[in-house]
Design a protein around this ligand. Structure first.
Ligand SMILES: [Zn+2]
Ligand SMILES: [Zn+2]
Length: 332
């Protein structure tokens, strides 16, 4: 699998890594250690181990999503004429011809789209992500999903620890102030300043983490939805138009690559469930040139509801091709 480590040096990648490193450092140095005391207690070891593991998995997943090539069309690739049968989903231009990228001067496999920013056709393209300075496609979707998951868990964990510590700060500040007033008013300003400095650092980190956690949470829920339906972001938008066109014709649109939740998970993350949570350099979801569709799973029941009738649904893609997606919807 092709790797481009130089992407790690891009400005947005450095910015993301710096912000995340700052959040991790502040959480460990100013929250976990002070709240647990100087001794190596069991809660300290547990929090430190759990937070470090999540942070490390997040950074490794992020680096993999940045470096791994999302998938390019092999030179000379041609659509397989024999694939154009009952079991294959036919993605064609509106004139019925094979999808061809005029910019790359090459045929496009199913689910492949041209990225204007990368200036290349990307296999099973989801979207171009500025935060990883890379396209999200066939080969780096898994680490991209894990990066969102682990950054979300890391930020939520950090936020929980930060808020807990800030509540303790408020309590100790009130205690210190009342004690100092009773004993010696001259010591109050110095103690108050030291506590406030650390608290300000924690407040600043919490302000940074909160929108980050909300944004990652929304992004994670969105990709959970996409994974469960075996869709890409592009296909979701194409599906909205395809569904509208089907409705106009009195038909029901069905996303052709949706094989059911379990099969969708296996298709995207691989058959071994224990490896779903570890970023790997090897794409678990195949070569990205051909994909199973629900037509492969057709049963007698499927055919009885009208799968034999072919209806073409034209949708506009980001690179101005008209394609036929899900050309055999269930007819009711
Ligand atoms: Zn192209
Ligand atoms: Zn791109």
């Amino acid at each position: 699998m092709a790797l481009t480590p130089s992407r790690l040096l891009s400005i947005t990648v450095c910015l993301v890594l710096s912000a995340y490193a700052f959040v991790c450092y502040t959480t460990v140095q100013l929250v976990i250690f002070p709240s647990m005391g100087p001794e190596l207690t069991t809660p300290l070891v547990l929090h430190l181990s759990a937070f470090s593991a999540i942070a490390l998995l997040g950074i490794v997943s992020y680096a993999a999503a940045v470096m791994i090539d999302p998938g390019s069309v092999p030179p000379g690739w041609m659509p397989d004429a024999e694939e154009n049968n009952d079991m294959a989903v036919q993605e064609v231009k509106s004139d019925g011809g094979a999808r061809f990228c005029s910019k790359c001067q090459a045929y496009k496999p199913p689910r492949c789209h041209h990225c204007r920013i990368c200036k290349a056709c990307v296999l099973r393209m989801d979207h171009h992500c500025v935060w990883i300075a890379n396209c999200v496609g066939q080969h780096n979707y898994h680490p991209f999903f894990l990066f969102v998951l682990y950054f979300l868990v890391g930020c939520a964990y950090a936020l929980y620890l930060l808020i807990n510590q800030l509540l303790q700060d408020i309590d100790s500040l009130e205690d210190t102030a009342s004690e100092a007033q009773e004993r010696d008013r001259r010591r109050l300003p110095h103690q108050s300043f030291e506590i406030s400095w650390d608290s300000l650092y924690r407040i600043f980190t919490a302000i940074l983490v909160l929108p980050l956690a909300i944004g990652l949470g929304v992004l994670f829920c969105w990709h959970v939805y996409l994974v469960l339906h075996n869709k890409t972001t592009i296909e979701y938008h194409e599906g909205v138009r395809a569904r509208w066109l089907a409705k106009k014709k009195g038909q029901l649109y069905k996303h052709p690559y949706d094989l059911g939740i379990v099969r969708n998970l296996i298709t995207i993350f691989g058959p071994n469930a224990t490896s779903w949570f570890w970023p790997t350099l090897q794409s678990p979801g195949g070569d990205g040139l051909s994909f199973r569709t629900y037509l492969h799973l057709s049963t007698e029941t499927d055919r009885s509801v009208g799968l034999d009738e072919e209806v073409r649904l034209e949708t506009r893609t980001d690179d101005d091709d008209f394609i036929s997606l899900g050309h055999k919807p269930v007819i009711h």
